[in-house]
Design a protein around this ligand. Structure first.
Ligand code: MN
Length: 487
């Protein structure tokens, strides 16, 4: 579905029709100009002057699937009691853009007529009060609408709205259960559906095996050709690649039939399969499907949602796992990878398809997988955990580097990074917060976006960044624990 964000401008009748006409024309112009630079259209809807006009536009926004959120702004003053009914009923994400049409105060021109028309500083405060009074979650962006920094933040918020849409529509297909005895990959699926909209259900591995049997050789040829166009072949074991293609086609078919955008599996349950899906899962992730290993449906759904929040609706985000550290003074890094399944959207260069023995799990044959190095650059890792009674999203800022050594015998894709504030303090903070070993690593979704997403979804958010200390974090978590028990 094509998504758009609606632009609703507040005013009142006090100023006369000329002023209202000017406000409407300018609002339309702003929406048109902003649409040119934003990832999703900003559609001007109404200059609202009454309780009914506001309630009507909110009701329509709630109902229309293409409307992913609303941006409000008060060019003039808009008494906020007439916003109460509408905002109370609003079910879509809300951004209050505190801007004004003109950048400068015009020294010669300014008189009371100008002041009547251009009083956003005044109107946006009244508008802000009612948001605060209603305890309504909202994003507030202040600044001049033509400034790049304001436009970038609005663009990021639009992407958050796409993450909200993706979450509310999320269906996860689980093949097998969680890895035995693992705690952090567990969670309350009912709570996840209530809060996040996720439908998480299980299909038998046998269903997948049956679907795999139906895949034809010519269908495999076609996907094999797609692999060879995208990746370098660095193995003689072409049968393993073809087997992965068979797995991918079958999994995609089952997911598409059910409308699923994410899946999980476990190496402990591969009955009837020769290989754990490696290349198959990696290529599906590159198409925007979420994946989580060892039955981790939470990280799987988050992978797909964060991809939807990224560039072009399928950004550089992927399932990741902290594996091992390099703890040399001044060169402290975390090495992330997985058994096989690292998304090629994280790759610095063209990935290679390799086959290697995989000792863990029920693999009868060597699985084909994509091997590559992750990109250098700023990013985040995110982990959604179930605290019992609530969900907590933990986000840590990271700086990924080109891996400092080639590691020629490591048979999987790898990403190397330094967690903030520094590796070991960052690890202490992460462990304090209860963050999982599984994360979503992203280069194009940042902490601000995930904070906005968590606010909209009404779940706890914890950010570990340059200024975090374990002491302050511990206090923050104690306070949040109390707050979330009361909520
Ligand atoms: Mn794992």
């Amino acid at each position: 579905m094509k998504r758009e964000i609606w632009f609703v401008v507040g005013s009142q009748f006090l100023y006369g029709q000329d002023v209202l006409d000017t406000v409407a024309a300018r609002a339309e112009e702003m929406a048109r100009e902003l649409t040119k630079v934003l990832p999703y259209p900003l559609v001007y809807k109404v200059t609202a002057k009454t309780n009914k006009e506001i309630s009507d536009v909110v009701r329509e926004a709630n109902y229309r699937g293409e409307c992913a959120g609303i941006v409000t702004w008060c060019h003039t003053f808009s008494p906020s009691k007439m916003w109460i009914d509408g905002l109370r009923d609003l079910q879509k994400p809300w951004c209050h853009l505190a801007t004004q049409y003109n950048r400068e105060i015009p020294n010669e021109e300014i008189d009371m007529d100008f002041m009547n028309l251009n009083q956003a500083a005044h109107g946006d405060r009244e508008h802000g009060f009612i948001g605060a009074r209603l305890r309504k979650p909202r994003k507030i962006i202040a600044g001049y609408w033509k400034d790049e920094s304001v436009q970038n933040r609005l663009a990021k918020w639009q992407r958050v709205c796409m993450g909200v849409c993706a979450s509310k529509e999320m269906k996860v297909m689980r093949f097998g259960d969680n890895m035995r005895e693992v705690a952090v990959t567990e969670g309350d699926k009912v709570e996840a559906q209530i809060k996040l909209g996720w439908q998480v259900n299980t299909w038998a591995v046998g269903d997948l095996v049956r679907e795999m049997a139906k895949v034809t050789e010519s269908e495999i040829d076609e996907l094999y050709n797609e692999y060879t166009a995208k990746y370098d072949i660095a193995t003689d074991n072409l049968a393993a690649i073809r087997y992965q293609a068979r797995e991918e086609i079958a999994m995609k078919r089952m997911m598409d039939r059910q409308g699923c955008r994410a899946f999980s599996n476990t190496f402990q349950d591969l009955y009837g399969m020769e290989q754990l899906p490696g290349l198959a899962s990696q290529h599906l992730m590159s198409l925007g499907y979420g994946y989580g290993g060892e039955g981790d449906w939470k990280v799987s759904a988050m992978t797909s949602i964060m991809k939807a929040m990224g560039e072009g609706g399928n950004g550089a985000s992927g399932f990741m796992e902290d594996y091992t550290y390099h703890l040399v003074d001044g060169q402290e890094y975390s090495l992330g990878a997985h058994m096989l399944e690292v998304c090629p959207s994280l790759a610095a260069d063209k990935p290679r398809i390799e086959t290697h023995h995989l000792g863990i799990g029920m693999n009868e044959k060597d699985p084909a997988r994509l091997v590559f190095e992750g990109k250098a650059g700023k990013g985040v890792v995110a982990s959604l955990i179930d605290m019992g009674g609530r969900l907590r999203l933990i986000v840590q800022d990271i700086e990924a580097v080109k891996p400092i050594m080639p590691m020629p015998n490591l048979p999987v894709a790898r990403v190397m990074w330094r967690a903030l504030p520094d590796l070991t303090t960052g690890v202490e903070c992460w462990i304090t917060a209860g963050g999982a070993h599984h994360t979503v690593l992203s280069y194009d979704v940042d902490a601000e976006m995930l904070r906005d997403w968590a606010r909209i979804m009404d779940i706890e958010f914890v950010h570990i960044g340059a200024d975090t200390t374990p002491e302050k974090l511990e206090e923050e978590l104690l306070v949040k624990d109390l707050i979330w028990k009361l909520k």
